[in-house]
Design a protein around this ligand. Structure first.
Ligand code: SAH
Length: 214
């Protein structure tokens, strides 16, 4: 391991320990978050010792890398299996995409800010997750060329669940999305025999999902 990384290791382990204490028990999620070097996804001007604190951090362009516990929580709910096709809306730093890739998923991620998409692509490549497909574009349309997906994770908050995304979910697929303006709730959707089952979950705070070409 390169020397510069050593100081980060205990911080990363402490982060995972805290997530475990807060109730995340899936060892696959915990070991992926132990493996992925979170600080690398935070652009250098914003990177500091707080990189592993349990809070979001700025990454530029008014956007943030999500709080580690929320990343773990949403990943846990998705119950990702190796080889599954996952669509992420809101690549941001690329960190969530890396966690999913580390768990063996085939990840497709869409980011509306081109500079962030470029940054995420570069870090994912450098960190060994070059197989993650990143698209600079508007997430409301999903990624029809690669649909349907086993799971969809939205990491920015739309006012309502985008129907185009629900349509790109496989039967037996799962989707998690923060919904609302100001106060948001995580909404969990499951498709079963063509029916969509919807469940409200935690109150959360994500950046709004920007309306692009919609
Ligand atoms: N998952 C990210 C955190 C994302 S923050 C991580 O692990 O770091 C939310 C991101 O959603 C921001 O980068 C923002 O630019 C992006 N976003 C907002 N509206 C969007 C849209 N309509 N389509 C795609 N991305 C969008």
């Amino acid at each position: 391991m390169p020397k510069e990384d050593e100081a980060w290791v205990p911080r990363r382990e402490a982060m995972v320990q805290l997530i475990r204490q807060r109730g995340i028990r899936d060892e696959r999620v915990l070991s992926a978050m132990t493996a992925v070097r979170r600080h690398r996804y935070i652009p250098e001007p914003f990177r500091n010792a707080r990189a592993y604190g349990d809070h979001p951090m700025p990454i530029g362009h008014g956007q943030t890398i999500s709080q580690p516990y929320i990343v773990a929580y949403m990943t846990d709910i998705l119950n990702v299996q190796p080889g599954e096709k996952i669509l992420e809306i809101g690549t941001g730093s690329g960190y969530q995409a890396a966690v999913l890739a580390e768990m063996g998923a085939k990840v497709f991620s869409i980011e509306i800010v081109p500079e962030l998409a470029e940054h995420a692509k570069a870090v994912l490549n450098a960190e060994g997750y070059g197989a993650v497909a990143v698209l600079a574009g508007d997430g409301y349309q999903g990624w029809p060329e690669y649909a349907p997906f086993d799971a969809i994770i939205v990491t920015c908050a739309p006012e309502n669940v985008p129907e185009a995304l629900v349509a790109q979910l496989k039967d037996d697929g799962r989707m998690i999305v923060p919904v609302g303006v100001g106060t948001q709730r995580l909404v969990i959707l499951r498709k079963r025999g063509g029916q969509v089952i919807k469940e409200d979950d935690l109150a959360v705070r994500f950046v709004p999902m920007v309306k692009g070409t919609e």
